[in-house]
Design a protein around this ligand. Structure first.
Ligand code: V47
Length: 414
């Protein structure tokens, strides 16, 4: 273990980290206040090496965003499009069960069949999504990550059919899908209404493997009211993840930082995740696999007058996440948000996972949302980033089991 001398201001925290003791809220705030970025990074690196040595995880995955129609109006989001009302709405093709669904641009109706050139507003059919998932599996992907906006019209059957169709088209592919807020939405649109546990059970039976960590944003009432007022807050988010864990469905947790929240609110957010993880681990069924701090990209959002986090803030936040979250095994830098270059740097700052190949991503696009949705890193590029940072690239599947690979064919190695 590296035991380099620290700046005096952080000596007591360093001693606690090295003794494997849990850090307090006050420790977290002091870390954010400290200018001693190198000590914070070194401590996070010590913890990361204690847990994982030089292993750094990546996966071959594909993100699919099924629709950008959303009833919410979150100010940090550049992805959502309002659902057409009145005449346009009447033109919508009814959803579900493999129908080709329509995308509407300025009242024109056309089918959204092109994966690489959808309309500005779009929704994919179940068939289309299964086709994309199959293409991913044929390429060798182990996971599809599927999320979308809160669509006002699609029925719950659409989401069940989506899972079933993927399961049929690509049986080995892990389906990581639907943020907590989508799960709550599905319960509300079902007739009769379904509980969270019922929604999750039906999705699991249809093929869902785990929940991604999105939608958490920042667990704070002030930030909630200012930035994403219409979205369910922390209670709803934790309710979904508690139910998922109790049903044996693992999940991830995120934090969207660098918009209007203060550093102390980031610490509170982490503490709440840590508390939840303690409970899930003690119940012993499923828990958070990883924590993903998402670096806010202002382009195209209502907060685009804000600068977003700097590189040092990114590194500090990732490192402090590693230090605070002593009960979550993996800290992920999602290269789409932090950039590939910073994600590479972060491997020496507590991060042990850089997500995957991704392929297409709509939720954030640089250049004001008009940027290219094709956002892909090849396996060679991911490995190069990891190697050059002095770490060992390890391909994992969703649950962090190592993958043994032979071209597009793969199996679990351990
Ligand atoms: O829920 C939205 C965030 C999330 C912006 O679980 C933004 O493995 C930055 O949750 N700038 C979706 N972030 C992404 C997500 C995720 C990504 C990668 C891996 C996993 C996982 C989860 O993105 C949203 C929201 O919190 N987001 N807008 C933005 N402008």
């Amino acid at each position: 273990m590296i035991t380099t001398k620290t700046q005096p201001g952080l000596d007591d925290i360093a001693a606690r980290v090295r003794a494997g003791e849990r850090l307090s809220y006050e420790d977290g705030v002091r870390l954010f206040e400290s200018p001693d970025i190198f000590t914070i990074g070194r401590l996070a690196d010590e913890v990361r090496r204690r847990l994982h040595g030089r292993a750094t995880y990546y996966n071959i995955n594909r993100h699919i965003n099924y629709s950008n129609y959303c009833v919410l109006r979150c100010k940090f989001c550049s992805f959502y499009r309002p659902y057409p009302t009145g005449k346009d709405a009447a033109q919508q093709v009814s959803g579900g069960n493999g129908d080709k669904l329509a995308a509407t641009t300025g009242g024109d109706l056309h089918l959204s069949l092109l994966h690489d050139a959808p309309a500005d507003e779009y929704e994919y059919s179940v068939e289309d999504i299964a086709e994309q998932a199959k293409a991913a599996a044929d390429y060798g992907a182990t996971e599809v990550h599927i999320v979308g906006g809160l669509h006002p019209k699609l029925p719950f059957d659409y989401y069940l059919d989506m899972c079933r169709a993927i399961r049929e088209a690509a049986p080995a592919l892990h389906i990581k899908a639907f943020t907590a807020i989508e799960i709550i939405h599905f319960g509300r649109i079902s007739k009769p209404r379904l509980s969270i546990a019922e929604v999750l059970t039906q999705l699991r039976d249809a093929g869902l493997g785990s929940l991604p960590g999105g939608g958490a944003e920042i667990f704070d009432d002030r930030v909630h009211d200012e930035a994403f007022r219409n979205k369910v807050g922390e209670q709803g988010w934790f309710d979904v993840h508690r139910n998922a864990h109790d049903l044996g469905i693992p999940s991830n947790a995120t934090m969207l930082y660098g918009h209007i929240e203060r550093p102390a609110e980031r610490v509170t957010h982490m503490m709440k995740i840590r508390e939840h993880q303690d409970e899930s681990l003690s119940r012993g069924k499923a828990a958070f696999n990883c924590f993903i701090p998402l670096s806010f990209i202002p382009d195209g959002s209502e907060f685009d007058d804000r600068p977003g986090p700097t590189g040092l803030d990114d590194l500090k936040t990732l490192a402090i996440s590693r230090l605070m979250l002593d009960n979550i095994s993996h800290i992920k830098a999602f290269w789409i948000m932090q950039s590939a270059k910073l994600a590479q740097m972060s491997l020496s700052w507590g991060v042990d996972d850089i997500d995957g190949t991704v392929v297409q991503y709509d939720i954030t696009k640089r250049e004001g949302g008009s940027g290219n949705r094709h956002q892909e890193l090849t396996v060679d590029a991911l490995k190069r980033l990891i190697h050059e940072a002095g770490f060992d690239p390890i391909e994992r599947e969703t649950l962090y089991r190592r993958v043994r690979r032979d071209g597009a064919a793969w199996s679990i190695a351990d």
